[in-house]
Design a protein around this ligand. Structure first.
Ligand code: UDP
Length: 405
């Protein structure tokens, strides 16, 4: 599989991956998260697991199973970690632990390297077998300002991991010897990101009755308040006074996000009967559809008010699109303000930048091209695999064993 990335990914990343794999051949690498469908973590693991297997790593991906009550609690944890004040009771924490305990009985937790993603399965570390491999907590959430109660609870488990990985340095806790920074990534050859023909793009627009001949503003996101879909509609309405355009809000459900339906209703009500707003609730595997919408868009927004990383930003940038993003979490890593897109702090700021792009096609094209190269150099899956394998190698062998490149 690595051959498919030659000429596409930075060559140095591929060399390092191959060297590391010579040492990690046949070793087992287990990932556990809370959903196979919806959201950035599932998006990455769907691509990364087969890639690791093709490199000779014995990679596995398991899911923590839970009921509505469990996912309601873990969504509250997610929101609290992103700063929302939420009352947690000891009973809620006990239930979270109990579901982790039941999953530990069901799952094979043995591997040379175990990555536990986000808070849902975090308590599994309590059921780690003596002498098993390394355990690492991989957090994808915006931890810039977490609410206190939730941190105290999760610290019980955090302390038990050998290491942790965060998406940007601002999220690191400074509580462990080994805290690593690894931003997420996109796969340029996946169905979500591969090149499309004009016919493929047009057939998706036809399917949803979206006109191809008017400027399109797009945001692709789960229906989650932290993604600020209402703010996007407000910005679009401001722009609409001056520029003809349509707005597309595309989202899909995630099995670990019980709030989606409620937020979708809010968004539909707010959009009211505006015929130029298209709200699409797509099945989670609509990769071709998302790809086509991103390619058809004139301007892409990711107006989040909290964001772990925001894969949708890199996805759109890779397609040469100008992206306007909230200046939060991992978005400023991707959008270099004024060069690969614009960072914004308000609805008014978003509206201003949308108009700037709509009215300046040459600047839009130029920034889109710079964005594409920025993504190629920094946010491809090959770089993330390079980083994961490097961390694994380092935790395994320390500084004593050096690989000559
Ligand atoms: N996504 C999708 N369909 C949708 C909405 C989102 O396939 O209707 C994908 C999107 O393309 C991206 C991922 O889900 O790959 C979202 O990742 P991101 O990091 O932007 O946000 P998260 O949902 O993890 O907070």
């Amino acid at each position: 599989m690595i051959e498919l990335y030659r000429g596409l990914s930075p060559a140095g990343d591929l060399v390092i991956i191959e060297k590391l794999c010579e040492h990690l051949q046949g070793r087992s690498f287990l990932h556990i998260n809370s959903t196979k469908a919806g959201g950035g973590v599932a998006e990455i693991l769907h691509r990364m697991i087969p890639f690791l297997q093709s490199l000779g790593i014995d990679a596995r991906w398991e899911i923590i199973e839970g009921d509505n009550r469990f996912f309601d609690i873990t969504k509250k944890m997610h929101n609290a970690l992103q700063g929302k004040e939420i009352e947690f009771t000891e009973e809620m924490f006990e239930y979270h632990y109990e579901i982790n305990r039941r999953n530990a009985q069901r799952l094979n937790l043995d591997a040379d390297m175990v990555f536990i993603h986000d808070p849902q399965p975090s308590a599994l570390v309590d059921f780690r077998r003596q002498g098993s491999g390394k355990w690492l907590w991989r957090c994808h959430i915006d931890l810039s300002m977490p609410a206190k109660g939730i941190c105290d609870y999760l610290m019980r488990y955090y302390e038990k991991y050998d290491a942790a990985i965060f998406s940007i340095s601002k999220f690191a806790r400074g509580r462990k010897r080994f805290e690593f920074i690894v931003p997420p990534s996109i796969d340029p050859i996946s169905e979500k990101n591969r090149e499309l023909t004009e016919e493929e793009i047009c057939s998706v627009l036809d399917k949803y009755g979206i006109p191809a001949d008017r400027p399109m503003i797009l945001q692709v996101s789960r229906f989650d308040r932290f993604k600020d879909p209402i703010g996007v509609i407000k910005a679009y309405r401001m722009v609409k006074h001056y520029n003809d355009c349509i707005l597309v809000l595309a989202g899909s459900p995630a099995t670990d996000d019980p709030e989606g339906a409620e937020v979708l209703e809010e968004v539909k009500n707010y959009a009211s009967d505006d015929p130029d707003i298209y709200i699409l609730m797509l099945p989670p595997d609509s990769n071709l559809e998302i790809n086509a919408l991103q390619r058809a868009a004139t301007v892409v927004l990711q107006k989040s008010i909290k964001e772990g990383f925001g894969l949708t930003v890199s996805e759109a940038m890779w397609k040469g699109k100008p992206v306007i993003g909230g200046a939060v979490g991992g978005i400023p890593l991707q959008i270099i303000n004024g060069i690969t897109g614009f960072l914004v702090y308000s609805v008014e700021g978003a509206a201003f930048r949308i108009r700037q792009f709509l009215n300046n096609p040459e600047m839009t094209r130029r920034m889109g091209q710079w964005g594409r190269e920025h993504v190629r150099n920094n946010f491809f899956i090959t770089r993330q695999i390079r980083d994961y394998l490097s961390i694994w190698y380092y935790l395994e062998y320390g500084e004593g064993r050096i690989i000559e490149l």
